[in-house]
Design a binder for this molecule. Structure first.
Ligand code: NAD
Ligand code: UD1
Length: 340
């Protein structure tokens, strides 16, 4: 298959490109490197022995995107490109709405024009908002997020649903990721956030490697087993494999459908820190801070639908996630910047 991957140089994108190349697909990456480095794709080539074709452009640039579709003639698209920082989206809502919606409209127009109507879309568990109890089910009721970033995912799920319902030639997978962490087992690619990480796992990894001093634990008085927040962390390679399962499913299914990509298991902040201590063999200092605004006590997936319909289940556990994240972080303490 020829798969066009927007945002393919990013964290989840690079692992998915790797998985696609390894199974023999031809991959075309469209990325403007706004939040990534071309080095990630060089590393993917080193691991797989195969190269993706890379086009440096903004997905919102309709003319340039049109030319890529005309030249590359993909069979399907996986759409990762977008802005993803929750706090930033609260401060700059207009930027988030216009970027995340604008890039997707530009992509859909190009796909339609070139008769490419198979799409895997990066959605998020954030679409479940704070109004239903875990585990989240895909048919659990109305969607709605607590922040503008999440609202762009809710809106785009609606747009894509309308598009598929209006024209039965579309085949669209809405993949609702839980908390992707970890890295490819080679330690050559991984998560490389710019500035101080917002998310727990990269923060813990940077404390372990000595780049940050201590982990702030956002609240230890939740109604959970140890009082700290519980999440469904999923190994990024399992997540990448979930995209392949969705692409395979779309080969013989029209229409639009949402699937959770999670493990179905909850891990607390303290448990995640302990897993990184075990993986790194180093103590990880931490201090309890007040709760973070907008945080939920617990969030994890009901994974039944993906297992039954996609034949996909996450297979890697927390120890493996921490081990692989640590291998990446310790070999690349400054991410791709220090690449030689
Ligand atoms: P990332 O920032 O590492 O990757 C996004 C990639 O898109 C980057 O390479 C960036 O340079 C590129 N990009 C951004 N805007 C672009 C544009 N206009 N044109 C071309 N390229 C552009 O993020 P990620 O963690 O790999 O996330 C990928 C997708 O998954 C995003 O849509 C994100 O919202 C979604 N998602 C991520 C998480 C998570 O925890 N990482 C959770 C749920 C959903
Ligand atoms: C956050 C986003 C969510 C997004 C997801 C992407 C918020 C409110 N939610 O989810 O929309 O889809 O990232 O992966 O930002 N924690 C600490 N100390 C830290 C960082 C986090 O204790 O320095 C705790 C949090 O309170 C939470 C857990 O760790 O209990 C996980 O946090 P995080 O990695 O930010 O993910 P989410 O909050 O699930």
């Amino acid at each position: 298959m020829r798969v066009l991957v927007t945002g393919g140089a990013g964290y989840i994108g690079s692992h998915t490109v790797l998985t696609l190349l390894e199974r023999g697909d031809d991959v075309i990456v469209v990325d403007n490197f706004a939040n990534s480095s071309p080095e990630s794709l060089e590393r993917v080539a080193r691991i797989t022995g195969r190269h993706a074709t890379v086009h440096r452009l903004d997905v919102a640039d309709r003319e340039a995107l049109d030319a890529v579709f005309a030249a590359e003639r993909p069979d399907a698209v996986i759409h990762f490109a977008g802005l993803k920082a929750v706090g930033e989206s609260v401060a700059q809502p207009l930027r988030y709405y216009s970027e995340n919606l604008g890039t997707t409209f530009s992509l859909l127009a190009a796909m339609d024009r070139h008769d490419v109507r198979t799409l895997v879309f990066s959605s998020s568990a954030t679409v479940y908002g704070d109004h239903q109890p875990a585990p989240y089910r895909e048919d659990g009721g109305l969607l709605g997020s607590t922040n503008p970033y999440g609202e762009t995912k809710v809106m785009l799920e609606r747009v894509l649903t309308d598009v598929a319902q209006a024209d039965p030639r579309w085949r669209i997978a809405l993949l609702r990721y839980f908390n992707p962490i970890g890295a490819h087992e080679s330690g050559l690619i991984g998560e490389d956030p710019r500035g101080i990480p917002n998310n727990l796992a990269p923060y813990v990894a940077q404390v372990a490697v000595g780049r940050l001093a201590e982990v702030g634990v956002f609240g230890d008085d939740y109604a959970t087993a140890d009082g700290t927040g519980e999440r469904d962390y999923i190994h990024v390679v399992d997540l990448a494999e979930g995209h392949v399962a969705a692409l395979e499913h779309l080969r013989d299914h029209e229409g639009v459908r949402a699937w959770n990509l999670g493990t179905g298991r909850a891990t607390s902040v303290l448990e995640l820190i302990a897993a990184f201590e075990a993986a790194s063999g180093r103590p990880i200092p931490s201090r309890v801070l007040p709760r973070r605004d907008g945080d939920l006590a617990q969030a994890w997936a009901d994974t039944t639908r993906a297992a039954e319909e996609l034949g996909w289940r996450a297979s890697r556990g927390i120890a493996e996630m921490a081990r692989d994240a640590w291998r990446w972080q310790s070999a690349n303490p400054n991410g791709y910047d220090a690449a030689s």
